[in-house]
Design a protein around this ligand. Structure first.
Ligand SMILES: Nc1ncnc2c1ncn2[C@@H]1O[C@H](COP(=O)(O)OP(=O)(O)OP(=O)(O)O)[C@@H](O)[C@H]1O
Ligand SMILES: [Mg+2]
Length: 235
């Protein structure tokens, strides 16, 4: 088997981050972006899709269980991203999924229409916001585990590079059971020191890849999006 280090990469498009990741995510892998509330997970996930479209001509699908579509479109205008324009050009689909849709889809072992959509626009990137919201739909640990297995199986069959948003407290160093299942994990921090908070990012895991082991500063910049500083220290 080809060593994943030399495997084809799917760059996040964030300057400095891709270099710290041997070029980006491994093509067709499933990855997590984890962090607490307001840590920048949704912005990161959308930026990943937009950079894919603009810089690589790789189309994207954003499945959201929690953000309202209209709100998201408005919100992302702050970063200069016109989501509706990308949708009109069939380069992006933002799909709001109701709990009812998911249950139906899971029983059918696929997201039905959603796969049709991904195929229709020839999507190469998929972001799911969030995996917690999806897990909540299943009542027991066993049911959740089965739902994850089904979801992963389905996503792997699509031939896309996936970014799952995961909500958990990275500062407590708590993880999720999914941490063992995915190919890569990025963690977003929002440290408090004195009376200010500092954002940072860590490449926590990247299967088969050489990557930076440093936690480095990250900023959310108005009209631009996420920017990282791999050469700098957090404090
Ligand atoms: N226009 C902007 N310019 C700079 N920073 C912004 C801007 N808009 C939002 N932010 C910052 O980004 C944060 C929210 O980012 P995002 O929505 O990606 O978080 P999240 O991790 O998805 O949060 P949640 O778990 O609550 O969904 C805000 O709390 C704010 O600090
Ligand atoms: Mg969010």
């Amino acid at each position: 088997m080809k060593n994943a280090y030399y495997a084809e990469r799917v760059p996040t498009g964030i300057k400095g981050l891709d270099e710290a990741m041997s070029g980006g995510f491994v093509r067709d892998s499933i990855n997590l972006i984890a962090g607490g509330p307001g840590s920048g997970k949704s912005i990161f996930a959308l930026q990943y899709l937009i950079k894919g479209i603009v810089e690589r001509n790789e189309h994207g699908v954003y499945l959201t269980f929690e953000e309202r579509r209209d709100k998201l479109v408005q919100y992302m205008k702050n970063f200069g991203w016109d989501l509706e324009k990308f949708e009109k050009d069939n380069k992006l689909r933002i799909i709001e999924i109701s709990p009812k849709d998911v249950r139906k889809a899971v029983y059918n072992k696929n997201l039905g229409l959603k796969y049709g959509t991904a195929r229709y626009i020839k999507a190469k990137r998929v972001a799911i916001d969030s995996i917690n919201a999806y897990s909540l739909l299943f009542p027991t640990e066993v049911a959740k585990r089965e739902a994850h297995v089904n979801l992963f199986e389905m996503l792997r069959s699509w031939g896309v590079t996936v970014l799952l948003v995961a909500e958990y407290d990275v500062e407590e160093d708590k993880g999720s059971p999914l941490d063992f299942e995915v190919d890569g994990i990025l963690r977003l921090y929002n440290f408090k020191k004195g009376d200010t908070r500092t954002r940072a990012i860590e490449i926590y895991k990247l299967r088969g890849s050489k990557h930076s082991t440093k936690t480095f500063p990250l900023e959310i910049v108005d009209k631009e999006g996420i920017r990282v500083y791999p050469e700098q220290n957090v404090f």
